[in-house]
Design a protein around this ligand. Structure first.
Ligand code: ADP
Length: 337
């Protein structure tokens, strides 16, 4: 934890200097008066009241200096820490052990702010480098296959065209997902709320993916309770599409997918499970991160943005989403308020 020191002429220093000057001036004047009285051989008895006054001023000076240390030092420290944050150093943290609860609160909030700012910066930097990398791969592939296309025979040309199409779709999906990610936030979701049949929407998503699941000869067990739901229809469709697309993608030939939608207490719960390879234990904590793809995933068929989008939409809708492994395959659960 990095502590920030006091500046050269802080309020506290100024106050302390002022008190020292005050005591010095009073002592000087007292000495001068005493000297003058002696010089003119005037004999006076200094009344007790004067001594009380002198002692009072000295004590007041010491007390003010002490208050200066307690009150102004943390404020000065906060000011300097803020200056460091403004200069781009988000690692600065303040020690929250302080006698005044108000100062503890301010320091705790400051530390929180610095941490959040740091996380946002890391996220942005990572995001830009990930996006650049994800764009580069399909663009390089398209360039390579387009060059090959000119030299190949008919069979080779067909293969090159297929690869170019595959990478073009990948690029287009990537751009679509990035655009969606930038659009999803709580306000956007709230503003577009309508009432619709959630079970119908999920059924529609399954039907639209028929070419993909038919190719793999996948067996379905679909149990959808009739549910009228108030939410953002245009965003929630991406949740079902992504979960279903993953379940199909990771299912083996002749696999099985179970989908269940039900009302539990005051929540709507959807589960999607498949009998694929499941999620590696070390990947479970990361699959909802942007651009995360586990080692064993079909990396060329995705961009690692699907589940990040699912999480963002579900969270903005006030719900939650998680994944768990089954003895065979895995299950994704979405709850919506
Ligand atoms: P992608 O587009 O690469 O599939 P996602 O964000 O949708 O990206 O998924 C992130 C990762 O989560 C995948 O790369 C994969 O490792 C894992 N994953 C998602 N769904 C499943 C599933 N049904 N079975 C196994 N692993 C899955």
């Amino acid at each position: 934890m990095k502590r920030v020191g006091s500046p050269r002429f802080s309020m506290r220093t100024n106050l302390t200097l002022l008190m020292i000057a005050e005591i010095a001036v009073i002592s000087g004047i007292s000495w001068l008066v005493t000297w003058l009285l002696r010089y003119f051989e005037v004999s006076v008895i200094i009344p007790d009241m004067v001594w009380y006054l002198v002692i009072g001023v000295v004590l007041a000076g010491a007390a003010t200096s002490f208050i200066g240390i307690w009150i102004f030092e943390p404020i000065t420290r906060l000011g300097e820490a803020m200056q460091q944050v403004a200069g781009g150093n988000f690692d600065v943290r303040l020690d929250t052990n302080h006698a005044f609860p108000e100062i503890c609160q301010i320091y705790t909030n400051f530390n929180l702010m610095a941490r959040e700012l740091g996380a946002t910066e890391i996220l942005q930097t990572d995001f830009v480098s990930n996006v650049s990398h994800e764009f580069k791969t399909p663009i390089n592939a398209i360039e390579g296959y387009a060059t090959l296309l000119q030299e190949e025979d008919e069979a080779g040309q067909k293969l090159c065209t297929e690869k170019i199409l595959l990478n073009t779709r990948r690029l287009s999906r990537l751009v679509g997902n990035i655009l969606l990610l930038s659009k999803v936030d709580n306000q956007a979701i709230k503003a577009r709320e309508t009432t619709f049949r959630l079970d119908e929407q999920i059924r529609q998503s399954i039907v639209l993916m028929e070419p993909a699941w038919e190719k793999k000869d996948i067996e379905f067990d679909v149990r959808l309770q009739r549910i009228e739901y108030q939410g953002c229809e245009s965003m929630l469709i991406h949740v079902w599409d992504n979960l279903l697309a993953n379940a199909i993608k990771f299912s083996p030939q002749g696999g099985f997918i179970g989908i269940e939608l039900s009302h539990r207490e005051d929540k709507v719960v959807l589960t999607v499970e498949d009998r694929g390879p499941g999620i590696p234990e070390e990947a479970l904590a990361h699959i909802f991160d942007r651009f995360y793809q586990s080692e064993t995933s079909h990396q060329e068929e995705g961009s690692g943005l699907g589940l990040a989008l699912v999480k963002q939409i579900v969270t903005a809708s006030g719900g939650s989403v998680w994944a768990e492994n089954l003895p065979q395959g895995c299950r994704f659960t979405v709850t919506l308020p």
